[in-house]
Design a protein around this ligand. Structure first.
Ligand code: RBZ
Ligand code: NIO
Length: 363
């Protein structure tokens, strides 16, 4: 059941916001001179309800699943890579594993349905690389959404709840910041289809190279998406308004639904979310379409090189912190932006005030 979607999002702490804004005014610097570093610290203080914000306890959860649409040849890499990369996350060799270690962040991998089975020895590896592993038994990936629903309604609920539970685990362990990541070969096609369906945009506006397909490949990818949307369109409108849950059921995938659930639950719990790249932003867009208020709990870490990301960010009025031409996913862009958030918090918390330092404020 998805009754919990009705729970309201936690209200932001207006008093702390006012106090944090006041503090920024009295620190030893020309007013506004730390630019976005100031607003990031104030945002975190407001979300955390703390005059001394912190991202020392950052929790990263990578949701992984396979996509039936991958069989159409829409990715530069074979589907088996999803399970192989889960093994790599657990062994500590993936980009996100390195980022998590660098940050001292907690890393959890949730397998919601990779096609290939995971070798047991890899699951054991999670312990030695200090990451956590969760298996959610839904099915071995979604079905190809070209001419059928990617998942059943029951599977949608399972995936959404898996995301909810991941956010709860992070919250219960004292997380100050939640980062969702994703792994699933073919998921730029799924994310593009989802965004096009929700925003009513042509597929060519949003489709991009993903792992590195050619311009002809992108045209083919867009054609597949247009075909699928034409096939499913009637189901998106259960009533006169578009139904985001129906779109997610028709087009998938499990990891994107789980991310959406994790973002919604984080906002309900009052846990700030740092959104990663294109795929995570599409999940965030669906979370927002299900509950407008959860948007206030999201910070956008970077703008991916995937061209459609700009459109998703615009649709959410999201200003990315970084633009590094990254197009990896896994939560990596968000993990990299945490260093800046850490510095923003340190500046906010540790700088001397004009009075403390005996520096003259402007007259
Ligand atoms: C080795 C490898 C590691 C990755 N880590 C994230 N992705 C990223 O690429 C995939 C999406 O691109 P597409 O839609 O073109 O398949 C996702 O798994 C995403 O997380 C990876 C892809 C590969 C090949
Ligand atoms: O920005 C992303 O999330 C992304 C882009 C390309 C491939 N995988 C993920």
């Amino acid at each position: 059941m998805l009754d919990w979607l009705e729970i309201s999002v936690k209200a932001l702490n207006k008093e702390t916001k006012a106090a944090a804004l006041d503090r920024q005014q009295i620190l030893t610097k020309p007013a506004g001179s730390l630019g976005k570093m100031e607003s990031l610290a104030v945002s975190l203080a407001t979300m955390q309800g703390s005059e001394r914000p912190s991202v020392d306890k950052t929790f990263i959860t990578v949701f992984a699943a396979d996509h039936g649409i991958a069989a159409e040849g829409v990715s530069a890499y074979p589907q088996a890579v999803t399970a192989q990369m889960i093994a790599n996350f657990l062994a500590g060799g993936a980009a996100i594993s390195v980022c998590a270690r660098e940050l001292g962040a907690s890393l959890e991998i949730v397998n919601l349905g990779a096609v290939e089975p995971l070798p047991h020895e890899f699951i054991a590896l999670a312990e030695s690389s200090q990451s956590q592993f969760h298996q959610v038994n839904i099915s071995n990936g979604t079905l190809s959404f070209l001419t059928q629903q990617a998942m059943t309604e029951e599977q949608l609920v399972q995936a959404m709840n898996a995301g909810k539970e991941a956010a709860e685990r992070a919250f219960e362990q004292g997380a100050q910041l939640f980062i969702g990541g994703e792994m699933g070969i073919g998921n730029t096609t799924t994310a593009t289809a989802l965004a096009c369906a929700l925003l009513n945009r042509p597929a060519l506006d949003i489709a991009g190279p993903g792992t590195g397909i050619t311009p002809e490949g992108i045209k083919f990818k867009a054609q597949m998406i247009e075909q699928a949307i034409a096939f499913h369109k009637a189901a998106f409108y259960k009533t006169e308004v578009v139904n985001p849950l129906a779109i997610l059921t028709c087009l998938g995938g499990f990891e994107i639904v789980a991310l959406c659930g994790a973002y919604l639950r984080s906002a309900q719990l009052g846990l700030p979310v740092l959104v990663d790249g294109f795929i995570c932003s599409v999940a965030a867009l669906f979370a927002q379409s299900l509950n407008q208020e959860c948007r206030e709990w999201m910070v956008f870490s970077h703008q991916s090189a995937e061209p459609g990301h700009r459109i998703i960010l615009e649709a959410m009025n999201g200003e990315p912190i970084l633009k590094l031409e990254m197009r990896l996913g896994e939560g990596s862009g968000a993990a990299i932006a945490v260093s800046l958030l850490k510095t923003a918090c340190a500046l906010h918390n540790q700088m001397a005030t004009f009075a403390e330092a005996g520096v003259d404020d402007k007259g």
